[in-house]
Design a protein around this ligand. Structure first.
Ligand code: BGC
Length: 739
């Protein structure tokens, strides 16, 4: 008599695995992209617009779970055939902007709201956060990522993961690891020292794994030192599980990697989005003895452990109606703290509502909420700056307004013609900048201040063009020069707003502006956030999560990063693989990229070797008030030290400050950067005259460097300097610590 097949519960995973056929096991490991398994239950299409699913095995009570992007909000289709209802998701600020808040509690709150949408739209795992290091400003996906610094990135990721997962849904921290360029992303080999790997490119992931245990991790498309990230047992088992204690599931990026059996053996349990070939690969590999049953069963058990945690398994009755209004308020709150005030000459800001504003720049009228590609979110609306200013009570100059109203209509027509034809991974055509001389001249007489917004949008699959995207374009520079000349001649001020997904070159033009603020891609509420910073109802408290150098050439990775330009435009033949599926190793920065700068990424390089080449240091940002710091104390506590600093609001308006604790190591026995971030803290809102004491914890372990020769972490003995800094270049208080 046939035994009854066990039905999956959290307690019988072993029995269920034992009852599975080889075909069922293969199906569970391969995403639902394949049509081959309809017979065993791939009937669940999941949520329209989601990125993938797993396979169901109804015979054993295994449901199909749904995975959707990430990371600036949930990406699903807003419309469904035959449905009148819409399924919009909140477009939150991009990762870079969340990192600019330096506020982990706030990021966790964003995670809670985002995770609630995951739950209420019937999704089980969101494919984010993205935590890769900003190695080079031209990387097309930097907007999805947090920072050039692994501590800041890791802490932000941990907060985001905790927030999202508090809803009982999963995350997929990505892309593990060293995914720093988009060009040839499927085949590029990132070649770097073990030390750079450990201290920079893995530390971010390590912090988040240890603190927040993401349910899943997504491996990256690239190779690392000759081994594909998804096929590396050292990375996925030795490091991730054995050293860091990761408990979840590892999945491939969509279509990532080549050798299915090697992936499963390495500890990459889930192959996404799945295909018939991948399914057959597993069956063949087991039958031919290339994949051990033990590897197969271990992987299947891990996927089932994920399944039993999912809302789908628990039968959660989702509403398809998350509270988008409440979440818009969370988006707004986070964006308000992520704006970075870069410059404010003679009190150009805040502006008063009594002043009439001449609003320039096409981006002012078409704000950019987020980036493109899988990192896009179908948000219900985007508040542009024109709208934001009007709602805040600003008066705008009607001459300028009328000009843009008709100009934007013409440009929309032109762009629609082009955009209708381009696939999702090609940059969308944006309106060109106009330089309306007469309108500028007239407004310099009638308006009191000029605001100009410049925008940049980009996304996966491509890196940024140095001249088109990083440097200010000719027309932008012409507009800024013309407005600045006219307004300054009339004794009036000019404010530049940068609505960008990653940094732009600033040194050549910054003198033309009296004030500059970076509002990044602030999500759907963008115009409201910027208007509130401009009128002072929000006092900016964002700090740069990366360095802005004086010119691209000064970037430490510039000699080893693909350069797209007018004479060498982007071309998909850059995606290179040789005949017979062989990896090519001929073209530098495309087939392989040498991380010659090693650990000297971002401020670690600039502060050590080239402080003069910095336009704005890592951690930089101004406020409308001023702060005084004092009473710095360091005392031993637990596994390291507690550092306390008293922060007083010494100005006239309420504000928040950020204390950044850098440590300067002796650097005698070891090669050490001038200083490294070891802790940070954001104050609560302090009223004028109000003080608070922030506590920052530095662990002894965090002072260690990777000793290549010994193959282990080592802490250099000697005298350390603990520096309480307002940015990477500006120590305010210091204490010595002997070790
Ligand atoms: C991206 C991932 C994304 C996946 C699913 C890939 O192209 O690299 O970040 O999660 O697609 O959409």
């Amino acid at each position: 008599m046939a035994l009854q097949a066990p039905q999956l519960t959290p307690d019988n995973i072993r029995d269920v695995v034992a009852a599975m056929t080889l075909e069922e096991k293969a199906a569970v490991l391969v995403g639902g992209g394949s049509k081959a398994f309809n017979g065993i239950g791939n009937t669940d299409k999941g949520v329209p617009g989601a990125a993938g699913t797993t396979h169901a095995v109804p015979r054993l009570g295994i449901p199909s779970i749904v995975l959707a992007d990430g990371p600036a909000g949930l990406r699903i289709n807003p419309n469904r055939e035959g449905a009148e209802q819409t399924f919009y998701c909140t477009g939150f600020p991009i990762g870079t902007m969340l990192a600019s808040t330096w506020n982990t509690e706030l990021v966790e709150e964003v995670g809670r709201a985002m995770g609630n949408e995951v739950l209420e739209y019937g999704v089980d795992v969101i494919l984010g956060p993205g935590v890769n290091i900003h190695r080079n400003p031209l990387c097309g996906r930097n907007f999805e990522y947090y920072s050039e610094d692994p501590l800041l990135a890791g802490e932000m990721a941990a907060a985001m993961i905790s927030g999202i997962q508090s809803n009982g849904v999963g995350t997929s921290m990505k892309h593990f690891a060293v995914n720093s360029q988009e060009l040839n992303r499927l085949h590029n080999d990132a070649r770097l020292s073990e030390r750079a790997l450990r201290e920079i490119y893995l530390r971010n992931f390590e912090i988040a794994v240890r603190k927040a245990q993401p349910w899943t991790i997504m491996t990256s498309y690239n190779y690392i030192n000759g081994v594909h990230a998804s096929e590396s047992p050292d990375l996925l088992t030795g490091l991730l599980r054995d050293e860091w204690g990761f408990q979840g599931v590892v999945m491939t990026d969509w279509g990532g990697g080549y050798d299915t059996a090697a992936q499963i053996h390495a500890g990459n349990e889930m192959i996404q989005p799945g295909s018939d070939r991948r399914y057959q690969d597993i069956i063949d590999a087991v039958n031919e003895g290339r994949l051990a049953l033990a590897d197969l069963d271990r992987s299947v058990a891990r996927v089932l452990e994920l399944v039993v945690k999912s809302p789908k398994f628990k039968g959660y009755a989702y509403s398809d109606a998350p509270d988008l209004t409440a979440h818009a308020a969370v988006c707004r709150k986070a964006a308000d703290e992520g704006v970075v005030l870069m410059k404010n000459r003679s009190g150009a800001l805040p502006a008063s509502h009594a002043e009439k504003i001449a609003l320039f720049g096409v981006t002012s009228y078409q704000f950019i909420a987020g980036g493109t590609g899988s990192g896009n979110v179908h948000r219900p609306y985007v508040v542009d700056l024109r709208q934001g200013l009007a709602d805040a009570g600003f008066l705008v100059d009607m001459g300028v307004d009328a000009f843009y109203a008709s100009y934007m209509e013409d440009e929309a027509f032109r762009c629609n013609l082009i955009n209708g034809k381009s696939p999702w991974y090609i940059d969308r055509e944006r309106p060109l900048e106009a330089v309306p001389s007469e309108v500028i001249a007239a407004s310099a007489r009638t308006a009191d201040k000029a605001f100009i917004t410049f925008g940049r949008v980009f996304g996966e699959g491509k890196d940024r063009d140095l001249h088109y995207s990083y440097v200010l374009q000719e027309r932008e520079l012409e507009l800024l020069t013309a407005v600045s000349k006219a307004f300054h001649k009339a004794g009036k001020k000019v404010v530049v707003i940068l609505n960008i997904g990653g940094v732009v070159d600033m040194a050549p033009w910054q003198d033309l502006a009296d004030a500059i603020l970076i509002c990044w891609q602030p999500g759907e509420e963008g115009g409201n956030t910027v208007a509130a910073v401009l009128d002072g109802s929000v006092n900016p408290s964002g700090r740069l999560p990366m360095t802005i150098s004086k010119a691209y050439e000064y970037e430490p990775s510039a000699p080893n990063f693909p350069r797209i330009s007018a004479d060498k435009p982007f071309n998909y033949s850059f995606y290179r693989r040789l005949a017979g599926n062989k990896k090519a190793y001929d073209i530098k920065d495309i087939d392989y990229t040498d991380y010659e700068e090693g650990i000297y990424v971002g401020y670690r390089y600039f502060q050590t070797f080239a402080p003069r080449h910095v336009a704005y240091p890592f951690g930089y940002g101004l406020s409308y008030t001023s702060f005084k710091w004092g009473k710095m104390k360091v005392r031993e506590a637990g596994d390291g030290w507690d550092v306390t600093v008293q922060v007083t609001n010494a100005g006239d308006v309420p504000g928040k400050d950020v204390v950044e604790l850098f440590v300067h190591a002796p650097g005698k026995d070891m090669d050490k950067p001038e200083r490294e971030l070891k802790a940070f803290a954001k104050t609560p809102l302090l009223a004028p005259g109000e003080a608070c004491t922030v506590t920052l914890h530095v662990t002894r372990d965090s002072l260690a460097s990777w000793d290549e020769e010994a193959g282990t972490w080592a802490v250099e003995p000697g005298r350390y300097r603990f520096l309480a800094c307002s940015d990477a270049a500006t120590p305010v208080l210091r204490r010595r610590v002997r070790l």
